[in-house]
Structure formats: structure tokens, C-alpha cells
Design a protein around this ligand. Structure first.
Ligand SMILES: Cc1cc2nc3c(=O)[nH]c(=O)nc-3n(C[C@H](O)[C@H](O)[C@H](O)COP(=O)(O)OP(=O)(O)OC[C@H]3O[C@@H](n4cnc5c(N)ncnc54)[C@H](O)[C@@H]3O)c2cc1C
Length: 387
């Protein structure tokens, strides 16, 4: 087993870390509180090639894999800038289009995703379906050559920043009643598509939206792939990259919080000359959180390596485990860091409590810890499906 990154990946990690530190958590929070986006950071990362590391070179990307994109996600988060749209645009949308889109769709969308000039966000969740995507009710109806989409989506991140939304719909005439998903690249300016912002208790420059599709008419080539048969594999192809990159973001956030707290506890002294970090009641919880974050990083590395080797099924198990582990570790790390910082932990200035909402959401989205445990129970432990 080899734990070494390639020389290029090492350089990528260093370079992204220094970019992230130049912006830092203060910038991230100021943008969030002003209701603005991290546009400067996004565009600079795009210009430097970091947003397209996993996109093939012929479409303007770096020609790497999800391992590389996970490095970008982790290092920006470790600098205090956990950018959720990295998970939806380069990880999910670029993977789906690259693996299952037509050549025309690859040429149309991938260069813009690679240089960051375009964002494609992802819409699967629906109010009535929730975790059960078999209940998706957004329909795609054929009308001549066109497709007509109708339905409602919720919690969709970044709609206001994106040029397109990758919408998961179901074809209307499924006689069997089984889900036949189809994916469509819908321009945010399409007639009939509207959205409204959800108020979320998360400090983030990226927002969530309710998305309404009211008889949205699309040309035939909005359907991802050559035919409806591309739908299910296309949908599944986005899942592993999603879980791996969101896990990397969680691990980076955990590292960031532990670093902030450790710097503080190593220098703050309230009992004579001893630092508060010399008290094991303070240092052990931080050390415990550091162990959990490091374990999660190991599983992220395994999942990304398997995925990049084309071993999708094994990668699926590891990606789910990595997402679970990183979600728990990030929540633990941020909570522990807040505690170690005492009152300072709750201030905006120290920049840790600002992450409480985000890491809490990381145990729910994009797939909840319970649904991962269901998956592991069924596919690893051989238990009957419980739902
Ligand atoms: C910050 C944020 C960003 C998001 N961004 C996007 C996005 O960009 N695009 C998108 O499509 N969606 C997005 N989502 C939605 C997210 O993927 C869903 O919230 C998530 O999949 C859970 O669905 P739900 O909220 O409907 O919960 P529900 O399905 O209603 O579940 C509620 C609770 O019940 C549990 N539960 C449900 N079924 C079972 C079961 N069978 N066994 C055990 N427990 C179960 C769940 O684990 C959860 O704890 C986002 C959500 C958040 C919070």
C-alpha cells in the first residue's frame, strides 16, 4: 500500500493551501454575512486550474482524478474556505457530463467548468421524496423533439450562481412504476424555472433554494447522453465523486478547527504559567478529534484511489464510509475546538463557531449518516434492507 501522493499532487496541495490561506476564513465569513459569493476565490482557483483538475485535458482540465479534486476541496476547507459548490459543479456535474454526456455536451460544458467561468449545480432532492429518490415526482415529458419538465426541488445549492442546473427527473410513462431517471442540463434562464432562497442556519456564502419547474421546455439535447438509458448510470456516476469530495471538505474543516484551537490552547494561560493545553481535559479531546479526522482522511484516500482506478463498486463502499467518517469527525472537531477556545470559541473573530452549522449539515447532506448506515448494513453486513 502506498500512501504517497505524486509529486504533482504534493505541489497541488501546497499551491491550493497557499491560495486558501491568502483568502482565509475571515474572507469566507465576511462574504457570507454580506450575502455575497466567494467570486474572487472561485475565479482565481479556476484560472490556476484547480477547479478542473479532474476534467480531461482535451476539455481544458488538468487530466487528473477525484484524488486531485479531493485535495483541492480539503485544502481550501483547511484554510477556512469550505466551498460546497466544488462538490456539485466539478465533482458531480463534470463527472456526469464527462462520463455519460454526448461529445457535443462535453465540448459545450466542460471547458467552462474547468476554468470556473461556468457552474452547473445539481438538483435531485424533492420535498416529498427526501432520502428516497425512488419517489421523485419531477417529470420529463416528451413533446415532439422537446422535453417538458415539471416538478419541485428543495435545498438546491448555488442556483443563483450557476448558469445551469443538472436536474434529475423521471420519465412520465414508466408502466412498471419503477424509477427511470433522466438527467437534464437546464439553463437557469429557462422559461418556467424559478427559485426562492431558503433561510438556512449555516454561515456560508453559498445558499440553498427551492426550485420550481413549471412546464420548462427544453431542446432534445438537454437530456444527458444519447438516450434515456444513460439516466441511471449517469445518476450513479455522480455519487462517488460527491461523497468523496464532501468528505474531503469535512476533513479539511476538521483540520482547520483543530489547528485554530491548538494554536490557542498552546499559548493561553489562566492558571499561573501553565497553558490550558497542558491540561489533558483540554488536549485529549482535541487529540481524539485529530485521530478521527486522520482516520477519515485515510478512508477518503482509499475511496479516491479505488475510484480513480475504475473500481466503482469497491469505491462505493469506501466513499460512503469516508463520507460518514468525515461527517462525524468534522462535527466533533468543530465542537471540540469551540469548547477548547472557551468564550473565544463563540466569537466571530476566532472563526470556529461560524462552522457549526456547516458541519452539522454535513451529517445530513448530501446523504445522511442513517442512509449510509443502511447502505453499510445491507451491502457490507448482508442484512435485509430495512426500508
Ligand atoms: C446545506 C445543504 C445543502 C444541500 N444541497 C443540495 C443540493 O445542492 N442538491 C440537492 O439535490 N440536495 C441538496 N441538499 C439536500 C440533501 O441532500 C437532503 O437534505 C438529504 O438527502 C436528506 O433528505 P431530507 O432532508 O429530505 O431528509 P429526510 O429524507 O426527510 O430524512 C429525515 C431524517 O430521517 C432519516 N431517515 C430517512 N429515511 C430513513 C431510513 N430509511 N432509515 C433511517 N433513517 C432515515 C434521515 O437520515 C434524516 O435524519 C442539501 C441539504 C443541505 C442541508
Amino acid at each position: 500500500m502506498n500512501f504517497d501522493l505524486t509529486a504533482e499532487q504534493d505541489q497541488l496541495r501546497d499551491a491550493v493551501r497557499s491560495l486558501g490561506r491568502r483568502y482565509g476564513h475571515r474572507y469566507f465569513v465576511e462574504k457570507a454575512k454580506a450575502g455575497e459569493h466567494t467570486t474572487e476565490l472561485w475565479h482565481e482557483a479556476g484560472r490556476l486550474g484547480y477547479l478542473g483538475v479532474n476534467i480531461p485535458t482535451e476539455y481544458g482540465g488538468g487530466g487528473g482524478g477525484i484524488t486531485d479534486l479531493a485535495i483541492v476541496c480539503e485544502e481550501l476547507a483547511a484554510a477556512g474556505c469550505p466551498l460546497l459548490l466544488l462538490v456539485v459543479s466539478p465533482a458531480i456535474a463534470a463527472t456526469v457530463i464527462n462520463r455519460h454526456g454526448t461529445e457535443e455536451q462535453r465540448k459545450r460544458h466542460l471547458p467552462g467548468l474547468a476554468d470556473g467561468s461556468q457552474k452547473i449545480v445539481f438538483a435531485i432532492t424533492e420535498p416529498e421524496a427526501g432520502s428516497n429518490f425512488h419517489r421523485l415526482a419531477t417529470t420529463a415529458r416528451r413533446d415532439g423533439d422537446d422535453w417538458v419538465l415539471s416538478g419541485r426541488k428543495c435545498y438546491i445549492s448555488g442556483v443563483d450562481e450557476a448558469g445551469h442546473v443538472l436536474v434529475v427527473a423521471r420519465t412520465e410513462d414508466t408502466a412498471s412504476g419503477k424509477l427511470k431517471p433522466a438527467l437534464f442540463v437546464v439553463p437557469t434562464g429557462a422559461a418556467g424555472m424559478t427559485w426562492s432562497k431558503l433561510d438556512m442556519e449555516i454561515v456560508s456564502p453559498e445558499n440553498q433554494f427551492l426550485l420550481y419547474l413549471d412546464e420548462v421546455r427544453l431542446p432534445a439535447d438537454a437530456l444527458v447522453g444519447e438516450s434515456l438509458d444513460a439516466g441511471l448510470p449517469a445518476l450513479f456516476s455522480g455519487l462517488n465523486p460527491e461523497r468523496i469530495t464532501v468528505a474531503a471538505m469535512g476533513a479539511g474543516t476538521g483540520r482547520y478547527a483543530i489547528e485554530r484551537a491548538s494554536e490557542y490552547t498552546a499559548t493561553r494561560s489562566v492558571w499561573g504559567g501553565r497553558t490550558i493545553g497542558s491540561h489533558q481535559g483540554v488536549s485529549h479531546p482535541l487529540a481524539h478529534a485529530a485521530v478521527q479526522v486522520e482516520l477519515a482522511r485515510l478512508m477518503i484516500q482509499k475511496a479516491a484511489t479505488l475510484y480513480d482506478a475504475g473500481r466503482d463498486l469497491e469505491a462505493g463502499i469506501s466513499a460512503n464510509m469516508a463520507k460518514y467518517a468525515a461527517g462525524e469527525a468534522a462535527a466533533l472537531a468543530v465542537d471540540t475546538a469551540v469548547q477548547a477556545l472557551g468564550g473565544a470559541g463563540m466569537t466571530t473573530e476566532y472563526g470556529v463557531a461560524t462552522l457549526l452549522g456547516a458541519v452539522r449539515a454535513g451529517r445530513i447532506a448530501p446523504v445522511s449518516r442513517e442512509m449510509i448506515l443502511n447502505f453499510v448494513a445491507q451491502h457490507v453486513l448482508g442484512q435485509d434492507k430495512s426500508y
